[in-house]
Design a protein. Sequence first.
Length: 202
Amino acid sequence: MSITTLISDLGGVLLDFDNGIYERKLSIATGQPVHVVRAALNDNLLPELHLGNLTPEQFHRSVCARLETHLSLPDLAQIYSEIFTPKADTVSLLRDLQPRYRLCLLSNTNAIHWEYCLATYPFLSLFEHHVLSHELGTAKPEPAIYKRALKAMDAIPEECVFFDDVWVYADTATSLGMHGITFTTAAALEAELAGLGVRRVV
């Protein structure tokens, strides 16, 4: 069966990110050591934010209480979001594939990062649908979020390729009947796609 649909992860595939950037900036802004900042956010706040169980406002209040700061929500959002660097080679590949294949984004993310990314990275308009953990209350590797992507694209698993830099997430896609690829580089992804008959417009 021919491939019709490409489903891509965001962070690690289209965007590099460094959580250490916001940890260091938040440490400076609050006067708290980096290890305190890291512990405060990673305890349960970030997982709950990614599942949409915390609103940005609730996240902000919790961070301020834990770090004993009066940092505003816009300032916190800016510090928390300025951690990304586009992976130009992957973006270029998908831009060249988009005329021939339908594109879907499937990401474990949160409302703060998503608002920032939408405003900052125009390439996100390449995707027909954005399937996001914080909007659905479920995240990879739970099968439900993959099935929501298939439903959004009105596609059957066998005609879809899913790629993610986390092998467990790619493996779950394979177990659901898709062609799962663990992303390493754009060149390696292009080679694996070519093996499935997926080639960019030249």
